[in-house]
Ligand binder design. Structure first.
Ligand code: NAP
Length: 290
């Protein structure tokens, strides 16, 4: 590894970002770790500095604020850090009905999942080109490929990440910047996600992975310039089924599910959308895929 180059990871203090940071440190990569202000970021960077022969810079930023993405870029430039790997990992999920989320929640979710990834990629692109060969890893999700109740906005932001990454990769083909997108299924990252994963259907639970097992797959795939990285056999199977099941059959399954939901007692159901064109869902809908 070139000792003057850095890997920048957003959302690095916890969960998948933390696992990616440790994996990169193991591979001798210097790190710029970014997360919300808090002690976890600093304890992780101290741990890495103590245990691995790499340089670590911790930068606290709320990346859901566009100006902070610009500030982060300025901080990195002022410190004269040469970034050759950008990992856009920070993201917020949701597992609730659309009508249960507040305007401010959706604003933050779209700002962080979509805008921060777009802005940081644009801001760092010129330096990535200068420091090449360079790599961009965008963290999507398996749910980019499915239409899931209770994950509507999250799934849509991850579809954005998927299409953005693939388009940018095409645009940069032949340059020295390689773009990959990773679409993990459920991972036991923070406590609340782990609790949600435990309530999923048995099939989905089988697909859940630990971030420590996904991180090496992510970095291997990135350095091998893989376009789309799908960790885990069961997740690959989900995707295959999605492509081979004909559309009319998927519609029949969805209609059947809706009939079942509608036949349930109203006491168990929750109202989605406006009452004038209400569709009812039970409170305990189990998402198939994260
Ligand atoms: N967990 C899953 O099942 C799963 C599945 C597929 C894809 N993913 C994707 O994987 C990525 C990481 O998810 P995770 O489950 O590891 O999340 P997590 O455990 O909640 O960790 C999120 C990280 O992002 C940071 N962060 C949150 N809001 C931020 C903000 N406004 N500005 C800067 N940093 C912020 C957090 O910092 P603090 O610790 O300081 O709050 C933390 O380091 C996300 O993009 C997620 O969509 C997760």
């Amino acid at each position: 590894m070139n000792n003057n180059l850095y890997t920048l990871i957003t959302g690095a203090s916890e969960g998948f970002g933390r696992a990616l940071a440790l994996e990169c440190a193991r591979r001798g990569m210097n790190l710029v770790l970014v997360a919300l202000p808090g002690p976890e970021l600093h304890s992780l960077s101290q741990f890495i500095q103590k245990n691995f022969a790499v340089k670590v810079i911790a930068i606290e930023k709320d990346l859901s604020i566009a100006g902070n993405c610009v500030e982060l870029f300025k901080n990195v430039t002022t410190l004269n850090l040469k970034v050759n790997i950008l990992i856009n990992n920070a993201g917020i999920g949701n597992t609730h009905l659309f009508s249960d989320g507040s305007i401010s929640f959706y604003q933050k979710q779209v700002q962080l999942n979509v805008m921060a990834t777009t802005l940081l990629t644009r801001l760092f692109l010129d330096s990535l080109e200068k420091n090449g060969p360079s790599y961009i890893l965008n963290v999507g999700s398996l749910c980019s490929f499915f239409f899931l109740a209770k994950k509507q906005v999250y799934g849509a932001t991850k579809s954005f990440i998927y299409f953005f990454s693939k388009s940018l990769r095409n645009e940069l083909a032949g340059s020295n910047v390689h773009v990959s997108v990773i679409c993990p299924g459920g991972m036991n990252t923070n406590l609340s996600v782990t609790m949600v994963n435990k309530k999923m259907s048995w099939l989905s639970q089988l697909a859940v992975m630990n971030p420590e097992n996904v991180a090496p797959i992510a970095i291997d795939g990135l350095l091998r310039q893989k376009e789309v990285i799908i960790p885990g056999r069961i997740n690959k199977l989900f995707l295959l089924l999605n492509t081979v099941i004909p559309a009319y059959l998927k519609k029949m399954i969805a209609n059947h599910q809706m009939k079942q939901l509608n036949s349930m007692s109203p006491a168990n159901n929750r109202t989605l959308l406006q009452p004038s064109f209400a569709v009812t869902y039970p409170a305990n809908i189990k998402p198939l895929i994260n």
